[in-house]
Design a protein. Structure first.
Ligand code: SF4
Length: 682
């Protein structure tokens, strides 16, 4: 502590920027001296000065000696240092030989909005393909598909601060205090102010300790649970018929489907008592208003879109949308996953969620870009790796993502990347994915460049340069633009600053119409912000839904795709922990965080442990039909019987070797939250 205070006094300069980790978008003041970070403290913003352990102590990764400092080109099978001219010329020459859909691009939710915007523009006009996606495919694709169908927008409807106004908060499929810690604090604060808290989660998470009702449903049964709550509300006469009549359609069919449901069947599927489902339903219906907070426990299922539609049904039938303190609030994982989608790094959506299939939208953007946009939607992330395996995609450009650890069935991804003719990876470290590349480009991290991130609550906030990048590392937008220029695309790739890029974004995407760096200097703005006078929007759908009327959906339960059996009798649940971020490339290079948790553990219920003859700390092999990994056991009743919990933060234990590529048919999100495994003591 004294060392930190000593350093505090010696900061030469400082700036307020946005935390580079989760989607909460906390504002931090970072002080530096001699290009070293010497202090970090919370600032006013959505976090009100609060920070979690990652934001407060986790920025050390920027100064890691492992940072990439020069471009690297594979020569005779080995990656060797090269100059920027050598690397960029090689990429421009090789990419010029691929046409359209032979190319695929993975943009990063860790890059700024301006960089993601340029990446999707590069894919669409330089390479002539809509094969562009980002890691939202693995986390909230089902949110976008489900909420777009139901209420016309896939974004968090309300604001972080607005949780204070909730009378009841349903936290479902979200371990909020670990994954969005500052939002976890808001939920605790709401509880202190008198809000009722419902937690629905198979795992015993921290928020269970303050919950009025904790529903420990079986993994993969959120849909019947939510439908059971809807049925209980309808049967109790608590549906908001005025809201339903004035603002929605399709309720009659949905109500009929609820009448056909048998509560004993729902209880059998979920493993939850009827009385508990009813208690939760009545708490939610009487919350006045009630808010839903959810995350990947809802979305990462083969029925992820249906899960989201069910939550929309629940919120609409109780009139809890378009009101302060209510809403449906999906929490985004990576810092800029909301912005990466807003910017159109999606195979079917142009910037601002304009459909690729819309001739009108394409024509409007083509008018600004002065270049043609391909008409056919592209491939999603998982589909791109399948296409690489089958030879349809021959070259890929991956920015700031590490699919070798983050994609399901990771062995398949490694094979797919090996099948490519040409792979470019742009990152701040030589990740497991970068190690397979033909060319590796060293990128600047968010502390070394200017731009914007958009947080989970649609808040666009400044990212400010505090450090000089190490060696020859460069901002992603500069690199993309240099390649485009070398491929002959001067028009459309002649930006001299990220502020200029944002000015173009505001012309292309109406929801960003009034946003500029100049305005953001005085604080973040929540989209939609359609003109320079618009103050931003703290909650959506106040005056109606973007698609006219909210749409109820009739939904049927489908079990997870890969159920346990005699060979693989346990269910693997994957997730994240407080101390680490994504595939660990950043946080595992932070001494304090690595000290707090430096290796994977396999969390197993003590009863299962006893049946398997396991003791705390035993080394086990966890195997699925796709592969196996090893880690030590932690016996804990946080995990329900019959389940195993693991993260994907640790490269030594690449958990996604185990997970399944089963996809939600609409969102194409993989079922990362459920697959069958077996445990063997080593
Ligand atoms: Fe950063 Fe998220 Fe922690 Fe805030 S809650 S400090 S944004 S990691």
């Amino acid at each position: 502590l004294y060392a930190r205070i000593e350093k505090w006094e010696r900061a030469e300069h400082s700036a307020v920027t946005t935390c580079p980790f989760c989607g909460v978008g906390c504002q931090i003041e970072v002080g530096a001296r001699n290009n070293h970070i010497v202090r970090v403290r919370g600032q006013r913003g959505p976090n009100e000065g609060q920070l979690c352990v990652k934001g407060r102590f986790g920025l050390e990764f920027a100064e890691s000696t492992d940072r990439l400092k020069t471009p690297m080109i594979r020569r005779d099978g080995v990656l060797v240092s090269a100059t920027w001219d050598e690397a960029l010329d090689l990429i421009a020459e090789r990419l010029s030989s691929y046409k359209g859909d032979e190319f695929g691009m993975v943009a990063s939710a860790k890059c700024t909005n301006e960089e993601v915007y340029l990446a999707q523009k590069f894919a669409r006009v330089v390479m002539g393909t809509n094969n562009i996606d980002n890691c939202a495919r693995l986390c909230h694709a089902s949110t976008i598909s489900g909420l777009s169908i139901a209420i016309g927008s896939g974004a968090m409807t309300n604001s972080i601060d607005d949780l204070r106004n909730a009378g009841c908060i349903l936290v479902i499929g979200s371990n909020t205090t670990e994954q969005h810690p500052v939002i976890g604090l808001r939920i605790k604060e709401a509880k202190r102010r008198g809000a009722r808290i419902i937690v629905a989660n198979p795992r015993r998470i921290e928020l269970c300790g303050i919950a009025d009702v904790w529903i420990r449903n079986r993994p993969g049964t959120d849909l019947p649970l939510i439908l059971g709550m809807c049925k209980s509300i309808k049967d109790a006469g608590l549906a908001d018929m005025g809201f339903i009549r004035d603002r929605t359609e399709g309720f009659e069919d949905f109500a009929r489907s609820l009448d056909e449901l048998q509560m004993d069947v729902i209880c059998g599927l979920t493993g939850v008592d009827e009385s508990l489902i009813k208690e939760a339903a009545l708490l939610y219906a009487n919350g006045n208003p009630s808010s839903i907070v959810y995350s990947m426990g809802i979305t990462q299922h083969a029925c992820g879109t249906d899960n989201v539609l069910a939550l929309a049904n629940l919120a609409m039938m109780t009139g809890n949308i378009g009101v302060p303190g209510g809403g449906i609030n999906p929490l985004r994982g990576q810092n800029n996953v909301q912005g990466a989608c807003d910017m159109g790094a999606l195979p079917n959506m142009l910037p601002g969620y304009q459909n690729v299939l819309s001739a009108e939208a394409r024509a409007m953007i083509e008018g600004i870009w002065g270049m043609r946009i391909p008409e056919r939607p592209g491939l999603t992330l998982v589909e791109m790796f399948d296409a690489a395996r089958s030879g349809r995609i021959r070259a890929m450009y991956i920015i700031g993502e590490n699919p070798v650890l983050s994609e399901p069935d990771a062995g398949h991804v490694i094979e797919a990347l090996g099948d490519l003719d040409f792979l470019v990876v742009q990152d701040i470290f030589l990740t497991e994915t970068a190690q397979l590349a033909d060319v590796v480009l060293p990128a600047a991290c968010s502390l070394e460049k200017d731009g914007t991130f958009t947080s989970t609550e649609r808040r666009v906030q400044m990212v400010r340069r505090i450090l000089a990048p190490p060696g020859d590392a460069r901002p992603d937008w500069w690199i993309l633009q240099e390649i485009a220029l070398r491929m002959g695309y001067r028009k459309g790739f002649s930006f001299s600053s990220t502020a200029e890029i944002m000015n173009e974004i505001s012309r292309v995407a109406r929801i960003y119409g009034g946003i500029s760096h100049e305005r953001l200097e005085s604080g973040g703005i929540q989209w939609p912000c359609t003109d320079p006078e618009h103050p931003g929007t703290s909650y959506l759908h106040r005056d109606g839904f973007a698609n006219g009327r909210g749409r109820f959906s009739v939904l049927r339960y489908r079990p997870p795709e890969e159920l346990p059996d005699s060979e693989y009798p346990m269910v693997l649940l994957t997730g994240r922990i407080l101390y680490h971020y994504h595939t660990g490339t950043m946080t595992r290079r932070v001494h304090d965080l690595e000290y707090l948790r430096g290796e994977e553990v396999v969390e197993i219920n003590p009863e299962d442990g006893a049946n398997l003859g396991l003791n705390e700390g035993d080394l086990v092999e966890v195997a699925s039909r796709r592969g196996s990994v090893r880690a030590r056991v932690r016996l804990t009743d946080r995990s329900p019987k019959g389940t195993v919990f693991m993260t994907f933060h640790f490269s030594e234990t690449p958990t996604n070797v185990l997970t399944s590529r089963c996809l939600d048919p609409v969102a194409k999100i993989p079922e990362l939250k459920f697959c069958a495994v077996r445990i063997r003591k080593i």
